[in-house]
Design a protein around this ligand. Structure first.
Ligand SMILES: Nc1ncnc2c1ncn2[C@@H]1O[C@H](COP(=O)(O)OP(=O)(O)OP(=O)(O)O)[C@@H](O)[C@H]1O
Ligand SMILES: [Mg+2]
Length: 161
């Protein structure tokens, strides 16, 4: 009911996590997911689900202290948060090299150098209410489209009537 061409609704943090966990099975090294949306909209929550889906042990912490948090599960996952950086500064972080060996998931992805956004899935979080979010995925490039298709196929958890 909440999936119309990639547009989804989440009514709980656990639901946003479960979307991330479900997308994890479609991921491969070199994939880039850019996450967009205001503070507290659920980006890190989604990454928590991704990490769980990839079998990462331990907690996903917000990488606000560092900029990059690398984790390893079935695949290496690099969680990047560009909130504190200016767009220009993101260019010197070595993210291209990191992409060669990990799945890259980037909060405030609009600050990512455009070369890294060419073939990616952008996921935007909008606040609808305290516990409700609209989550919209948008593809760029061939790999982005493949991931977008995987996103569309994720089953929405059934809620009690
Ligand atoms: N449907 C929902 N999806 C995601 N988070 C939700 C939802 N409902 C409530 N929340 C709460 O909203 C907050 C989302 O925080 P989160 O750290 O994921 O946001 P963020 O987008 O990463 O913010 P920031 O830009 O500060 O890093 C959490 O406290 C979470 O429990
Ligand atoms: Mg965050």
């Amino acid at each position: 009911m909440s999936a119309v061409d990639g547009l989804r609704r989440s009514d709980a943090a656990a639901e946003t996590e479960s979307f991330g966990a479900a997308l994890a099975s479609a991921l491969a090294i070199g994939d880039v997911l850019t996450l967009h949306g205001p503070l507290g909209s659920g980006k890190t929550c989604f990454v928590t689900g991704l990490a769980r889906g990839l079998g990462v042990r331990g907690r996903v912490r917000s990488p606000s202290f560092g900029l990059i948090h690398e984790m390893s599960g079935r695949l290496p996952l690099a969680h990047v948060d560009l909130y504190r950086l200016a767009e220009r500064e993101a260019e010197g972080l070595g993210l291209e090299e990191l992409r060669e060996r990990a799945v890259l998931v980037v909060e405030w992805g609009e600050k990512l150098p455009s070369a890294l956004r060419q073939d990616a899935l952008a996921i935007e979080f909008r606040m609808l209410g305290t516990d409700s979010r609209q989550i919209c995925a948008c593809a760029r490039g061939e790999r982005g489209v493949a991931l977008w298709n995987a996103w569309r196929e994720i089953e929405t958890p059934r809620r009690p009537a």
